[in-house]
Design a protein around this ligand. Structure first.
Ligand code: UN1
Length: 498
């Protein structure tokens, strides 16, 4: 038996205490499979955010002075607690977010992987030494923390994505104010409670739940050193503009419109497995989800038939049921968005190969279910081929050459992930070269990034930063270059050359 999850409902966590919102206003957290209310959490205001920011600022000097290997010890303990509580956390996550249990276990596992990986940085955090151009002068550079950082996360990976941001922020010596998505505050609270139990000192990590008001107050707070944001491109660009106006650093992970190319020589059984998972895993609510399949005419019908067969047979239902293969959308709002896009597709002249409707059969009445949907006859410039839908909808687009396929894949404003299915090594190598996304897969779908490689995208998927990998350290630290002159005289760089 695993231990019970220490979920703290209905409170913010500020300065080491679980406290009410100053306003007393609350938000509901719903189970998307049943519509049932799971909890009430503070709908925080600017005042709550300000308290959390002050707590973070007060805690910073001590945390910054704590040696990084000691900071990392707390993270190792957190990883061990995550391992022990994995099943309970996954169940809570399935209830609050809707995705099926194997996937919520994967989400917790991703947090475990990230926490172990980044805790290792406590004994590395490498800078480098390098010769100076002058004699008797030492030169090296090191990483310095930023201060109090603001972390704003989405609901689709309620534990993995917070861990991608919070664990590197902490190991690097920053303090954190964490504002999770309003759809998944209970998982966020459970995660923060676990970090508290692991020994994160008071004020080093603060949680404020809420919606737009809390998010805006964090972005606009004069004390915030960095905003690390994952969410929609629309909101992310506003965050970036507000931060730019004050010269605040910002790291953005935003939308995707990920494509898979299927060539004539592809293994079509593998394609069916991989793309069913990529398009309908997490009910299509991944920023890496496959939402365009670019096919050659010879395999077009075979790909559509196989995928439509698989999609039509997917068992849709509560994520807690072991038989279920696809859960609900996270909210009625997301379901309406999917419906709107399928309507747009109809007007643009696509053919619905399978799905294209809400599921309202017995047992589905109150949940936010939608059928796995394949749109055929999609053309590259259609809105359904250009805009992120974030649901279980994938469009099939024809191409007649490899170059045209690359043009289609690259012809969107996003650049997160892409894949190619082929046995031809030259075609695969050309895809790696020509596709302008942050992640490229060969003979694999578009989802499934691992924590120790950089994660992020080009163009409007991001702003050049990467999470995961060692690259994430560049988000949460500032480089400091150090020169120590022990010659005992003035040596002018670039001028005194003899
Ligand atoms: C996201 O959808 O925001 O590569 C993250 C993947 C997962 C992470 C997705 N490891 O699909």
């Amino acid at each position: 038996m695993s231990e019970p999850v220490a979920v703290t409902q209905g409170r913010n966590y500020i300065g080491g205490r679980w406290v009410e919102s100053a306003s007393g206003r609350m938000l509901e957290s719903l189970d998307p499979a049943t519509g049932e209310v799971l909890g009430l959490v503070p709908d925080s205001t600017a005042e709550d955010v300000d308290r959390a920011m002050r707590a973070g600022a007060d805690a910073w000097p001590r945390w910054r002075a704590t040696p990084a290997p000691r900071r990392a010890e707390i993270l190792y303990r957190a990883a061990e607690l995550l391992v022990r509580r994995k099943e309970d956390l996954a169940r809570l996550m399935t209830r609050e977010m809707g995705k099926i249990l194997p996937e919520t276990r994967g989400d917790v596992q991703e947090a475990i992987d990230m926490t172990y990986f980044i805790a290792g940085e406590g004994r590395r955090l490498h800078g480098y030494t390098t010769p100076s151009e002058m004699p008797r002068k030492a030169a090296y550079c090191l990483r310095a923390p930023l201060g109090v950082v603001g972390v704003i996360t989405p609901w689709n990976f309620p534990m993995a994505i917070p861990s991608w941001k919070i664990t590197p922020a902490l190991v690097c010596g920053n303090t954190v104010v964490f504002k999770p998505a309003p759809e998944t505050p209970l998982v966020a609270a459970a995660y923060v409670a676990l970090l508290e139990e692991a020994g994160v000192p008071q004020g080093v990590l603060n949680l404020v739940t809420g919606g737009d008001e809390a998010g805006a107050a964090l972005v606009d707070h004069p004390g915030v050193a960095l905003i690390s944001f994952t969410g929609s491109t629309e909101v992310g660009l506003q965050v970036a503009a507000r931060c730019a106006a004050r010269g605040v650093r910002v790291s953005l992970e935003m939308g995707g419109k990920n494509a898979a190319i299927v060539l004539d020589d592809a293994d079509l059984d593998l394609v069916a497995d991989a793309l069913t998972w990529s398009a309908f895993g997490t009910t299509g609510q991944r920023c890496t989800a496959c939402s365009r399949i670019v096919v050659t005419p010879r395999v077009h019908d075979a790909v559509v038939d196989r995928l439509a067969g698989r999609a039509g047979r997917l068992r849709v239902g509560s994520g807690l049921d072991a038989q279920t293969e696809m859960g609900p959308l996270v909210s009625e709002r997301q379901r309406e968005r999917v419906e709107r896009y399928v309507g747009i597709g109809h007007r643009e002249g696509v053919r619905v190969a399978v799905g294209g409707e809400r599921l309202t059969t017995a047992g589905f009445e109150r949940g936010f279910f939608y059928a796995p949907t394949i749109l055929d006859g999609v053309r590259p410039q259609m809105r359904v081929a250009q805009e992120e839908i974030f649901g279980p909808v994938v469009g099939v687009i024809d191409c007649t050459s490899l170059d045209e396929a690359f043009e289609i894949v690259n012809g969107v404003r996003y650049g997160l992930s892409a894949s190619i299915f082929t046995r031809d090594i030259s075609a695969a190598m050309r895809a790696i070269e020509e596709i302008r996304t942050g992640i490229v897969y060969v003979n694999h779908g578009t989802i499934g990034a691992e924590v120790h490689l950089p994660f992020g995208g080009t163009r409007q998927t991001g702003n050049g930063h990467r999470e995961g990998g060692l690259q994430v350290l560049d988000v949460f630290t500032e480089w400091k270059s150090v020169y120590i002159d022990y010659s005992g005289r003035l040596q002018r760089a670039q001028i005194d050359r003899d």
